[in-house]
Design a protein around this ligand. Structure first.
Ligand code: S5P
Length: 284
């Protein structure tokens, strides 16, 4: 059976990274392949959005450096919610420096990302040393890394050979790298070439995909949206990442209570859409 037709639960056994395994297990438990991207700039908004969609998501993605009133209490509350509501935390830091520098950015500073984020991500632009640097901090804490093999934005340079270099680097670091940010199953691209190595059966990587929206096709700054069906069904990705499609009402409305209710409803809507696309994919 091709990997994309296997259940999330069965795939958990093949992943070598503990955070990746844990993510698949949550997905199965909560019947959710939805990651909410909470790109809001206040602590209150961030926690309110997380609370309202918590039961629908497997993963909460943060850009912690955009929170103007960041403090350790925000992290304490977020971590408590992740335990109580059963989701993992993904800090979308997009590391992009030499190994030594990223190890400091990951472990230290104001945010101490590695101490609370189960998952983070990196560009491979600096070369594989970036993985080594992040691993020194993340592996003892059982963290997991995603490589940005592709991006959702117009004109992205992350494509073709660059994406395949990300796949190679992931294969060489399966203990720590458990998947990709990508728009399709980049790890299958070389399957069209004749000789498929036997070890392929023993590996698995998750594809987490942003640029997902049911109501609009893009924004004014190059973002491009596809539907959960296109992403999970046609492109065989594993997790949909949804930001403004879920929390958007909070930015528009003066009526806080009704905005929060809108956010909850959108969370539910995207969970159902993502899960239905997955179930259809399993049955072919
Ligand atoms: O290629 C990418 C990679 C990422 S991680 N395109 C993206 O949009 N993202 C992130 O996903 C982006 O930083 C933002 O946090 C989220 C998309 O947000 P939305 O509001 O457009 O759904």
């Amino acid at each position: 059976i091709p990997t994309h037709a296997q259940t999330y639960a069965s795939r958990a056994q093949k992943l070598k990274n503990p955070a990746g395994k844990a993510l698949l297990e949550v997905m199965e438990r909560k019947q959710s392949n939805l990651c909410v991207s909470v790109d809001v700039t206040s602590k209150k908004d961030l926690l309110d959005v997380v609370k309202s969609v918590a039961k629908f998501v497997c993963l909460v993605k943060t850009h912690i450096d955009i929170v103007s009133d960041f403090d350790q209490d925000l992290i304490d509350q977020l971590v408590a919610l992740s335990k109580a509501e059963d989701f993992l935390i993904f800090e979308d830091r997009k590391f992009a420096d030499i190994g030594n520098t990223v190890s400091l950015q990951y472990g230290a500073g104001v945010h101490k990302i590695a101490s609370w984020a189960h998952i983070t991500n990196a560009h491979l632009v600096p070369g594989p040393g970036i993985i080594d640097g992040l691993r020194t901090v993340g592996e003892p804490l059982q963290r997991g890394l995603l490589l940005l093999a592709e991006m959702s934005s117009k004109g992205t340079l992350a494509k073709g050979d660059y994406s395949q270099e990300c796949v190679k680097a992931a294969r060489a670091n399966q203990d720590f790298v458990f998947g990709f940010i990508a728009m399709h199953r980049v790890q299958d691209d070389d399957l069209v070439d004749s000789a498929v190595p036997v070890e392929r059966d023993a590996e698995d990587f998750l594809v987490l995909t942003p640029g997902v929206g049911l109501d609009v096709s893009g924004d004014a700054m190059g973002q491009q949206y596809r539907t959960p069906q296109q992403v999970i069904g046609e492109s065989k990705c594993d997790v949909i990442i949804v930001g403004r499609g879920i929390y958007g009402a909070l930015l528009k409305s003066d009526d806080r209570a009704s905005a929060i209710e809108q956010v909850r409803k959108q969370g539910e809507r995207y969970r159902v859409a993502g899960w239905q696309a997955y179930e259809q994919r399993l049955t072919g």
